[in-house]
Ligand binder design. Structure first.
Ligand code: SF4
Length: 330
């Protein structure tokens, strides 16, 4: 028998499903409000790599992975309090591409692209074309960073920074390495949960460089997202002294039960990843159907604490526009 070769991560990313009807057909599903769902997918395109779809249950409209990526008519409802820019990020942009909200660290929006489109994404309306990184904008951001002596940590954000090639990432990191007051490099990415092959040997080498204290913060919401391949690759990164954490979003119908959170934490730990934050939903227009009330979220966390050791219990937080740090939800 000839072993089938797994496509490389870039092929998997490029070959993602972008057509709602194709996704439904693969999973043998129909939806009642298809015209509205199609409208929702025109506002924010469907995008899901095939390997992620392969982890969904055929015929199950409530599959927790499917719910995160399936455009639905609910997104078209106008719900008071849900806005296009819930975190008011546009107010914290000293130069295009940089978001400076917290002391000592900045977000560097290095791309607008993602391997997967998450329907609850708080940046689903983000004007990436205005921020779209170009060589010139990278230059402006780097020049600004060189002047900010009290910034010690750069967080690559997006979009998904790991949708960029290793070559592009390496050239950016090399430019940052020239700025002496920077010592910590953090990457926030959902990509490895979707395409584990994205954790390449080249990336290992980049993050394992002794020049940096490197942190990879994954974004995984459900235990079913974690594959053995991801676990193998995370372990290799950790062998390079890279800290690997996870942040999840609390999502109705996806992970809003004690059992789902317990399974997620246990599976993360087995894969070498520590649960870090569990975020309350940012109130972005189109995502109201994912909200879990604070009351339910707090009760859920009590249940989780009763079942797990403290080091596996993520902190339940929300981002409040203008606050200097994440706000605990109690
Ligand atoms: S990967 Fe992150 S930035 Fe991209 S759509 Fe999902 S939540 Fe948003």
């Amino acid at each position: 028998m000839i072993a089938q070769q797994v496509p490389n991560w870039q092929q998997q990313q490029a070959n993602a499903i972008t057509d709602l009807q194709e996704l439904l057909s693969i999973l043998q599903l129909t939806v009642e409000d298809l015209p509205l769902a199609m409208q929702a997918s025109e506002q924010f395109a469907v995008r899901v790599p095939r390997g992620f779809v392969a982890r969904m249950e055929v015929g199950n409209p409530r599959d927790p992975l499917l719910r995160q990526v399936l455009a639905t008519g609910e997104e078209m409802e106008v719900v008071p309090g849900y806005t296009q820019d819930p975190l008011e990020e546009a107010d914290h942009t000293p130069v295009p591409g940089i978001l400076h909200k917290y002391h000592g660290r900045v977000l560097f929006v290095v791309t607008g692209a993602c391997a997967l489109h998450c329907r609850y994404c708080f940046r689903r309306h983000f004007p990436y074309q205005e921020y779209m990184p170009t060589q010139e904008r990278y230059g402006e951001a780097l020049a600004w960073l060189a002047q900010q002596k009290d910034v010690h940590e750069v967080i690559f954000s997006g979009g998904d920074p790991l949708s960029l090639s290793d070559r592009k990432l390496t050239s950016l990191v090399e430019a940052l390495a020239e700025i002496p007051h920077l010592r910590r490099l953090r990457i926030h990415s959902r990509n490895p949960a979707v395409i584990p092959e994205r954790l390449t040997p080249e990336l290992e080498q980049l993050l394992g460089d002794e020049r940096w204290e490197s942190v990879l913060v994954l974004h995984i919401n459900h235990a079913n997202e974690i594959t053995d391949e991801l676990a193998r690759r995370v372990k290799r990164l950790k062998a390079q002294n890279v800290t690997v954490l996870n942040q999840a979003v609390l999502l109705a119908g996806v992970n809003d039960s004690v059992e789902a959170q317990e399974n997620l934490a246990n599976r993360l730990f087995s894969a070498g990843v520590l649960p870090y934050y569990l975020h309350q939903l940012d109130k972005v227009a189109g995502a109201a159907h994912f909200l879990v009330s604070d009351e339910k979220a707090v009760a859920l966390m009590e249940g989780v604490r009763a079942r797990l050791p403290g080091f596996l219990v993520p902190r339940l937080v929300r981002e409040v526009a203008g606050d200097k740090s994440k706000t605990p939800v109690t």
